[in-house]
Design a protein around this ligand. Structure first.
Ligand code: ATP
Length: 367
């Protein structure tokens, strides 16, 4: 039987307690430090983290270009340690998509199928379907040194998808594209994943890209996975300070726990005022904690609020305004307010401001 997850979806790829070290002795580098993750079938799954956190190493282990020092990689429940890369039902799209320049677009797409020795008419049909999928039907006969960067990226995708891999690995495939093309390709990639039903494992260091494209995200730092969840989970319920800091903007407040009760804790802020903050499942907060509040989950008010201070900076962004407040008693807090057409945010540098934290906005971070 295939391994099942709580949601009922089958697991496509599982990394189980993976350790990967490069080198030996005192200079050995632990690129992955006990990483476990189960990626579901038909999922758009993203590995997100700063440069050097181990994203590419994990992808290369799944592809079979590297072998784990400890732990196992399972495909539909089977250990695939013995399978060389070309025997794994997995394909990779790299940042440098490396098309064959002397071949046409169609010949590039056909390449993997020809290596597999598929019949000619099957290959022709499949190439045509793939060119439709990536919206390049007209360019089949064009040589790949005569197409744009965005088109080349689509050809690379079509080539990788043509042999119908069970899993497609994508290592920062959009990072060579300019901003506008990148935004377009984000939507296109998501559509292709949806249309093909293939599991995508996508690597990026771009938090916005991860939030907009993924079904689930694993946030990595220094060879460890810190949190796995939906974009909503990761943004609204960051497990620790690294995740809260890496994804979106955050206000961090020192607080003292007054009462903790399951998923919530009443905490006292530096101002002496109390707020209710949510607590991650299975986490029992210490007496002294840090809570995080997103800038858009608080507002600046003329009197009252749980915190108070002096406005240090007001920055207009078109859709919203960021009000930076220096808190009485130390520290700073940024509020992000939606702009309205008829009036300004109502605060100038030097004004006194209260900060009203919305109900349900605060989260206690893991120590
Ligand atoms: P980036 O976004 O910069 O590609 P990454 O998160 O993908 O970073 P990895 O490429 O997985 O990070 O690298 C993780 C760590 O392992 C880094 O410190 C890197 O220098 C090291 N590393 C990766 N491959 C090797 C190798 N073949 N030999 C030695 N060290 C390596």
């Amino acid at each position: 039987p295939e391994p099942q997850q709580a949601g009922g979806a089958s697991v496509a790829i599982e990394a189980r307690s993976i350790v990967k070290t490069f080198g030996q002795g005192p200079t050995a580098l632990r690129a992955l430090d006990n990483v476990s993750v189960a990626i579901r079938e038909n999922e758009f799954f993203t590995l997100l983290g700063p440069s050097g956190c181990g994203k590419t190493t994990l992808l290369r282990l799944i592809a079979g270009f590297e072998y784990p020092t400890e732990g196992a990689i399972l495909l539909h429940g089977d250990d695939i340690a013995g399978l060389p890369p070309f025997k794994r039902p997995v394909n990779t799209v790299f940042q440098s998509y490396a098309l064959f320049p002397h071949l046409t677009v169609a010949e590039n797409v056909a390449f993997g199928l020809e290596m597999l020795g598929r019949p000619k008419d099957e290959i022709a049909g499949r190439v045509s379907t793939m060119l439709d999928l990536v919206h390049l039907r007209e360019l089949g006969n064009r040589r790949t040194d005569q197409i744009s960067g965005g088109q080349a990226q689509r050809v690379a995708l079509a080539r990788a998808l043509a042999p119908s891999p069970k899993v497609l690995l994508l290592d920062e495939p959009l990072s060579a594209l300019d901003y506008k093309l990148r935004k377009e390709m984000q939507i296109e990639l998501k559509r292709m994943q949806h249309e093909t039903g293939i599991t995508f494992v996508f690597v990026t260091h771009d938090q916005e890209e991860a939030l907009t494209m993924s079904d689930r995200i694993a946030v990595m730092s220094k060879g460890k996975i810190l949190q796995i969840g939906s974009p909503w989970d990761i943004y609204d319920k960051p497990a620790d300070r690294f995740v809260a800091d890496f994804i979106g903007e955050s206000n961090f407040l020192a607080a003292t726990v007054v009462r903790a009760d399951g998923g919530a804790a009443t905490v006292r802020l530096g101002s002496g005022k109390e707020i209710v903050a949510s607590v991650a499942e299975g986490h029992s907060p210490a007496a002294e904690v840090t809570v995080v509040v997103r800038p858009e989950h608080a507002s600046a008010v003329k009197g009252g609020g749980q915190l108070s201070g002096t406005v240090e900076n007001v920055v207009y962004f078109g859709t919203d305004t960021h009000i930076h407040v220096k808190l009485d008693g130390g520290g700073a807090f940024t509020v992000r307010q939606q702009n309205s057409r008829s009036q300004s945010c109502g605060f100038d540098v030097g004004d006194r401001a209260g900060i009203e934290i919305s109900d349900d906005a605060a989260q206690v971070l893991r120590d």
